[in-house]
Design a protein around this ligand. Structure first.
Ligand code: 5MM
Length: 338
C-alpha cells in the first residue's frame, strides 16, 4: 500500500469524528451487567445494530471502530454492519489488540497482547472492509509507576502492530492511554504522557512506520479523577495542546481523543476548548474517538428494551452531533437542550 492511500484514509477519518464501539465481549458484558441487560451474543448484536442504524449518523461521524465479533455480524435483515456503515459514509475500523493483561514482573502494570497471527487477521479484516485498525496500550499512574520497562514494552508493541497494519493497507490508530484513575495532578499526567509519546515516536521511527499514515488516539491531559485539585476546560485544553506540541511530530495527520471515563458533556466541552478561535493553527487535526462519552447516555436509555430504540438512537445522535460541533469549535451548552 502506498503511503498516499494511507494518508488519504487518515485524513478522511479526521473530517468528523469516530465512535469507538469496539468493546471486547468481556467489557461489553460488564457494561450490560451494570444495567441488568442479558450478556448474550444476541443482545450484543441487537445493541450494535441499534448503533449502526442510527439515522443520519454519517452527518457527525467519519469512522467507527468495531470488535472482532461485531465485524462479522449482520442486521436482523441480514445486511453486514460494515455495509451499513459504508453506505452511511462512515469508514469501518477494527480493534485488533487482545486487551491489556497483567505484566509479568511489573506489579500493578499492564501489557497489551495480540501480535501473534496479526498479519493473517489483518488480511481478513481488510477483506471484510476495514480500512483502519486500533491497538490500545494502558499506562497507569501511581506510586513508582509507570516504570520505564512498562512504557517501552508497550510502545514497542504499538510500533510492531503499526508496521503490520501499514503493510496490510490499514491505517494504524495508535492508542497509548494514560489512565485518569488516581490522585495525581494534571502536571504529573502531562509529564507521564509526554514520556510515553517520546518513547512511542522513537519506537515508530525504529520500526519504520510512516507517520503520515497513522492516527494517534491519546488521552487528554487531566488531573487524576481523585485529585483534590480539579481544573477548568481551558486549563485542560492548554495543557493538552502544549504537551502534544512538545511530543507529537507534525507529520502525524490527526489526533483523535479517547474519553477515558470523563463525563460526556465535559469531554465535549474540553474538545471544544481545544478549538478555541484564538489559538494559532495546529500541525494536526484534532477530533474525538469516544466510546463511553458517546454511548453511556444512550445505553442507559436502551436498557436492553426494544421499545426504547428510537429514544436511544436520538440520544446517541445527539452526543455525536455535540462532539462533531466541538471538533469544529462550534459547541455550546445550549446545544444540550436541543
Ligand atoms: C470500547 O472500549 C475499547 C476496547 O476496550 P476493551 O479492550 O477493554 O474492551 C477501548 O479501547 C476504547 O476504544 C478506548 O478506550 C476509548 O474508549 P473511551 O470510553 O475511553 O472513550
Amino acid at each position: 500500500m502506498k503511503i498516499k492511500e494511507l494518508n488519504d484514509i487518515a485524513h478522511a477519518m479526521m473530517v468528523k469524528g469516530l465512535l469507538a464501539m469496539d468493546e471486547s465481549i468481556g467489557t461489553c458484558n460488564k457494561r450490560f451487567a451494570e444495567l441488568g441487560i442479558p450478556q448474550t451474543e444476541e443482545y450484543r448484536r441487537n445493541y450494535r445494530e441499534l448503533l449502526v442504524t442510527t439515522p443520519n449518523l454519517g452527518s457527525c461521524l467519519s469512522g467507527a471502530i468495531l470488535s472482532d465479533e461485531t465485524i462479522h455480524q449482520h442486521t436482523s435483515d441480514g445486511i453486514p454492519f460494515v455495509e451499513i456503515l459504508v453506505k452511511a459514509g462512515i469508514i469501518p475500523g477494527i480493534k485488533v489488540d487482545k486487551s491489556a493483561k497483567d505484566m509479568a514482573g511489573f506489579p500493578g502494570e499492564k501489557i497489551t497482547e495480540g501480535l501473534d497471527g496479526l498479519r493473517e487477521r489483518l488480511k481478513e479484516y481488510y477483506s471484510l472492509g476495514a480500512r483502519f485498525a486500533k491497538w490500545r496500550a494502558v499506562i497507569k499512574i501511581g506510586d513508582g509507576i509507570p516504570t520505564r520497562g512498562c512504557i517501552e514494552s508497550n510502545t514497542y508493541l504499538l510500533a510492531r502492530y503499526a508496521a503490520l497494519c501499514q503493510e496490510a493497507g490499514l491505517v494504524p490508530m495508535v492508542e497509548p492511554e494514560v489512565l485518569m484513575d488516581g490522585t495525581h495532578t494534571i502536571e504529573r499526567c502531562a509529564s507521564v504522557t509526554e514520556e510515553v509519546h517520546r518513547s512511542l515516536f522513537h519506537q515508530l521511527y525504529e520500526q519504520r512506520v510512516n507517520l503520515q499514515g497513522i492516527i494517534l488516539k491519546p488521552n487528554m491531559i487531566l488531573p487524576g479523577k481523585d485529585c483534590p485539585v480539579q481544573v477548568d476546560d481551558d486549563t485542560i485544553a492548554n495543557a493538552t495542546i502544549n504537551c502534544f506540541l512538545r511530543s507529537v511530530p507534525a507529520a502525524v495527520p490527526g489526533i483523535a481523543f479517547l474519553s477515558g471515563g470523563q463525563d460526556s458533556k465535559k469531554a465535549t466541552s474540553r474538545l471544544n476548548a481545544m478549538h478555541s478561535k484564538n489559538r494559532p493553527p495546529l500541525p494536526w487535526e484534532l477530533t474525538f474517538s469516544f466510546s463511553r462519552a458517546i454511548e453511556y447516555p444512550a445505553i442507559e436509555i436502551w436498557g436492553g428494551n426494544k421499545d426504547n430504540l428510537e429514544a436511544t438512537q436520538k440520544a446517541l445522535y445527539h452526543r455525536a452531533c455535540c462532539d462533531n460541533a466541538a471538533r469544529r469549535g462550534e459547541y455550546n451548552a445550549a446545544m444540550e437542550k436541543e
